[in-house]
Design a protein around this ligand. Structure first.
Ligand code: AMP
Length: 280
């Protein structure tokens, strides 16, 4: 595995005969969810293809005073993780390498970014779109893998790729969960033991909402209330949002229709967890 830190070295990386390069962008503190993304990338790269992983805690996507400083960083473990997961390239730039002191350009998506996490985290998706665009330019992948756990992010990246004509295939990867249903996340390690015990209510709430919808419940508010009631059984959980939306537009719906998504963000103390379930 080649480990590169500078943009110049990453840009100069040879294909070494590789037919296809597939990128997995991450912020590190790697877990089983990331492992699955790398596995999918390997499959998509095909025989003789290259898998690249980027690890970059992107300051642009954190609010001032947010958890940027506290975001877990495990450089040595992550490098070993990528090696054993079978990555060929690890791109691990510093913030100064990615952003000149007078950096003044951003990529903004203006429809899908206005709902859900976009409402509670102003500027977050601008930061995501900007860094992903840069990673695409630096590493020039043929495809990139993103997790469905961050469903809104995946939808926004697809939109950026379509609207800015990137010749890059975007591959969605199913959410990897712990045995109690909690979606694997780098942020789970910030939970206290009691918070961790209560955190599986997120998935349980989504499953309950989806069960009602599948059973013929038409009213979106009724589905949302049923899911909220499950979250409310966890005394430490504070709901940021819990919504039933159209899976293409991410706009709230009043009457259940196929191709929907229940999405939520819940705070345990300062730790913000997100999850979602598709109802096809
Ligand atoms: P992060 O390091 O949290 O920015 O995530 C990097 C990539 O991994 C994103 O595409 C996420 O959607 C994806 N990811 C994070 N957690 C999971 C999970 N539990 N299952 C599948 N993909 C995930």
């Amino acid at each position: 595995m080649q480990v590169v830190q500078s943009v110049a070295d990453a840009t100069a990386l040879g294909r070494e005969g590789a037919k296809r390069r597939v990128l997995v962008p991450t912020m590190g503190a790697l877990h089983r969810g990331h492992f699955e993304l790398i596995r999918i990338a390997r499959e998509a790269a095909g025989q003789g293809g290259q898998v690249g992983v980027s690890i970059f805690v992107n300051p642009l996507q954190f609010a001032p005073g947010g958890d940027y400083e506290k975001y877990p960083r495990h450089e040595a473990d992550d490098e070993e993780f990528c090696r054993s997961a079978g990555a060929d390239i690890l791109f691990r730039p510093t913030p100064a390498e990615m952003y000149a002191a007078d950096f003044s350009v951003a990529i903004e998506e203006n429809a899908l970014s206005t709902t859900l996490c976009g409402k509670s985290r102003p500027g977050h998706f601008r930061g995501v779109c900007t860094v992903v665009t840069k990673l695409f330019h630096v590493l020039a992948p043929d495809a990139a893998v993103f997790g469905e756990k961050d469903f809104q992010q995946l939808a926004i990246i697809r939109r950026v790729v379509r609207d800015l004509n990137f010749q890059i295939e975007i591959i969605g990867a199913p959410t990897v969960r712990e045995s109690d249903g909690l979606a694997c996340s780098s942020r789970n390690q910030s939970l206290s033991a009691t918070e961790r015990q209560q955190a599986p209510v997120l998935h349980a709430a989504l499953v309950e909402g989806a069960r009602l919808a599948a059973g013929g419940e038409q009213s979106a508010p009724a589905i949302v209330v049923a899911a909220r009631n499950v979250i409310d059984t966890a005394p430490l959980a504070r709901i940021d949002y819990l919504e039933l939306v159209n899976a293409d537009t991410l706009q709230s719906i009043e009457i259940f229709q196929p191709n929907s998504l229940i999405a939520l963000a819940v705070l345990f103390g300062h730790t913000r967890l997100i999850d979602n379930i598709r109802i096809p």
